[in-house]
Design a binder for this molecule. Structure first.
Ligand SMILES: Nc1ncnc2c1ncn2[C@@H]1O[C@H](COP(=O)(O)OP(=O)(O)OP(=O)(O)O)[C@@H](O)[C@H]1O
Ligand SMILES: [Mg+2]
Length: 707
């Protein structure tokens, strides 16, 4: 590539002879953004005074979010910064972002934050991880204020965002400044949760738009143009919307004469950033182009050796050197680690999207064989798929079931959504979608599941469709409709072949009975579920048939019968494996009712740990809530307040609308008992809102207020 230099002062030439990783990472000076910087400084002032603040920096790609945050941190003074960056290719890697924050802390961290990089962490529960983060931030409070920075949050993995949101909601007087930058596409409800926090006075939403003409002029001058008229700067602004990435690229590529055309002539091509990048790529040797293209297929960042192999280069270093000089690639961290990355995601996007489909597909297919882990390999196979692919869909389905088997519901659901797009027949597509939504519900992602409501409603009715839709309706607090769907589905089911579905339906109907206080009805449904579970392949993923049986009988005033049904269970423990967790929660509840409070705690404490770690979220809420009641009556008020509050916040964070009002009521009682009226009032109000949301009469909440 030739750097034109008309109209510029001298500037350091890009060294080419010698390998010099630092060159491409030097950040140019920041222009403009004074108001934004002032605002950030004011927020840090608030943090120093003991008010945690959350700032969401939002804006389109390349507008300067990362640059603004970087500049700010550079001048913020004493701040202990923990940084993480969302990575497009890692969006499915659970807790990737939290793991980065934890690493940056360089202190001894709570257990719940250890080993987040390990594959087993995927079944960890966001609430536990979020609580760990609160604890970690607490221990860092002795030093300077903490800066928690998550860049490119639109690519952050979901569990990390859930955990982060949980933690941010729980900061009180902690000196923590959280900066989240995003291309305004954080998965809906999580961004909403963060924005709610901001709207409730917890921070500021900073919308970044392009640079103005004065700043563009300043940038031009900084980049070596001796004179640049404001008129030219204004034209560039119109041409680029002030996007700094694009403005800088124009300044790098074009001489002053080209920029200062008469006002009616359009600015010369290249008109957009991709064209600029592709122009640089075209100026490189064929091997360099191959390397850059291979890297783009592999992702934003990856091992040089793998990109070299994919590009079929025996020695990738000369190509890397040229790509770096052309600002197409850079070395990520230390050269010895052999990791390369793109200087900006838009550079990768330009290269990637310019590939013709045949070449792109071919490279993804080769990449699938090169990468090590199964999830990445599947991702490349998905990108390499030419339309329908029954085998790949089946492989994704099998992978998903494996993930679900150890409670990695989100990862399972994602794989199934890909399978759904690849499956050849409508019947298979529907099957995969329904299974995906079922896993979302089990993982406590009601918001994500709700996004598919219309599609599922439009499917031809079938027992499975009605089961999923019925569960969704139940959890969003519409019990009548849920009952119609679930009983209809149950009647249509073939008990001989659909054993697991029969069990699932019966458990949901038992749950429905419990939420409406119909104990005997619930116990009957639970007995049907247990019958179905006795058959091979009949085990419900809801894992609560026996619990519903015991709780239903207890609700019906037959606690001793309930306890007899659970008589064969050993003592509870937090190490129970997934298939054997059923029953303890029900027994804990029955013990509570017959005043065996210590016995109740012995069941409920381990079970609340198990369900918080592995889901389903609704069982975590119930276990914590009953545990809190038992502790309250035992006089362990601190524990009761802690667990009651946790139940309410899990119900909130996992959108468990059907349990929300009772969970808040439960959280209210021990606080009121202690005379902490203000905190109790917050839960009483929340309970009433939740009750109104699902159409309950709210009389319970009135009682709570009076209490
Ligand atoms: N105010 C500014 N002055 C000068 N250069 C800037 C400014 N803001 C950003 N830049 C430059 O523009 C480019 C894009 O900026 P940046 O990477 O911060 O954008 P971004 O909004 O974070 O993009 P993305 O959404 O892709 O993460 C960078 O090269 C950066 O150095
Ligand atoms: Mg950025």
């Amino acid at each position: 590539m030739r750097i034109r230099d008309a109209g510029r002062r001298d500037r350091p030439a890009v060294p080419r002879a010698e390998f010099h990783p630092a060159v491409s990472t030097v950040d140019p000076a920041l222009v403009g953004r004074l108001a934004e910087l002032a605002l950030l400084h004011a927020e840090l002032g608030a943090v120093r005074a003991g008010r945690p603040r959350l700032i969401i920096v939002e804006g389109p790609a390349g507008v300067g979010k990362t640059a603004l945050v970087g500049r700010y941190l550079g001048e913020a003074g004493e701040l202990r910064t923990l940084r993480a960056t969302g990575e497009e290719v890692e969006a499915l890697l659970p807790y990737g972002v939290i793991a980065q924050l934890v690493r940056a802390a360089r202190v001894d961290v709570p257990d719940s934050l250890r080993g987040l990089d390990a594959p087993t962490s995927r079944s960890r529960d966001p609430i536990t991880v979020g609580a760990g983060l609160v604890e970690l931030l607490g221990t860092l409070q002795n030093g300077p204020p903490v800066g928690l920075v998550v860049d490119d949050a639109q690519w952050a993995d979901r569990p990390s965002l859930q955990a982060l949101l949980f933690a941010l909601r729980r900061l009180e007087a902690d000196r923590v400044l959280t900066l989240i930058s995003t291309r305004d596409s954080i998965p809906g409800e999580l961004l909403e949760g963060m924005q709610r926090l901001v709207a409730n006075g917890g921070g500021t939403l900073l919308r970044l738009t392009g640079l103005d003409a004065a700043a563009i002029r300043e940038l031009g001058i900084l980049m070596g143009f001796e004179q640049l008229s404001l008129r030219t700067a204004e034209r560039i602004r119109e041409h680029t919307q002030g996007g700094p990435l694009h403005v800088r690229a124009l300044f790098e590529e074009l001489p002053l004469e080209a920029l200062e055309q008469p006002a009616d002539a359009p600015l010369p091509s290249p008109r957009n950033f991709s064209a600029l990048v592709l122009g640089r790529l075209a100026g490189c040797a064929p091997e360099t182009q191959q390397l850059v293209i291979a890297a783009a297929v592999l992702g934003l960042r990856g091992p040089l050796s793998m990109a070299g192999e994919l590009a079929e280069l025996t020695d990738p270093f000369p190509a890397l050197e040229q790509a770096m000089a052309a600002r197409l690639l850079k070395v990520h961290g230390d050269l010895h680690h052999g990791v390369i990355s793109f200087p900006h995601p838009l550079v990768r996007a330009a290269v990637y999207h310019d590939l013709g489909p045949v070449r792109r597909i071919g490279l993804h297919a080769q990449a699938a064989a090169l990468v090590e882990n199964e999830a990445s390999s599947l991702r490349h196979r998905v990108a390499a798929a030419r339309g329908e692919d029954a085998q790949l869909a089946a492989d994704l389905g099998a992978f998903a079931r494996g993930e679900a088997g150890h409670g990695a519901w989100a990862s399972a659901a994602d794989a199934l959504l890909s399978a759904q797009r690849l499956a050849p027949t409508p019947a298979e597509r529907h099957q995969y979608l329904l299974e995906a939504v079922e896993y979302m519900l089990l993982g406590g992602d009601v918001g994500g599941a709700m996004a598919h409501t219309d599609t599922i409603t439009a499917l031809r009715p079938s027992p499975r469709r009605d089961y999923v839709l019925g569960s969704l309706t139940l959890m969003t607090g519409r019990p009548e409709e849920a009952e119609r769907l679930l009983t209809g589905a149950y009647e249509l089911c073939d008990p001989g072949t659909d054993r697991r579905l029969v069990a699932d339906l019966a458990v949901q109907l038992a749950n429905l009975g419990l939420t409406r206080g119909k104990g005997a009805e619930s116990a009957t449904w639970a007995a049907r579920a247990l019958d179905a579970e006795n058959a091979e392949d009949g085990m419900s993923l809801l894992r609560s048939a026996l619990t519903c049986r015991v709780a239903g009988l207890t609700f019906a005033g037959r606690a001793s019968e309930g306890l007899a049904a659970a008589a064969s269970l050993p003592e509870a423990s937090a190490d129970l494996d997934q298939p054997s967790v059923d029953g303890y929660l029900g027994r804990g509840f029955a013990r509570y009712i017959i005043d065996d409070l210590a016995g109740a705690c012995a069941d409920l404490a381990p079970m609340s740990t198990v369900f918080r770690h592995r889901g389903p979220a609704y069982l975590a809420v119930s276990a914590l809530q009953f545990l809190s009641w038992a502790e309250y009556r035992l006089g362990s008020w601190d524990d009761a307040i802690l667990h009651g509050g946790l139940a309410a916040s899990i119900a909130e964070d996992a959108d468990q609308f059907w349990l929300l009002s009772t969970a808040h009521l439960g959280a209210c009682a021990p606080l009121a008992g202690r005379g902490d009226w203000e905190a109790a009032q917050v839960h009483a109000d929340a309970a009433q809102r939740a009750a109104a949301l699902v159409g309950l009469d709210g009389c319970g909440t009135h009682r709570a207020r009076e209490g």
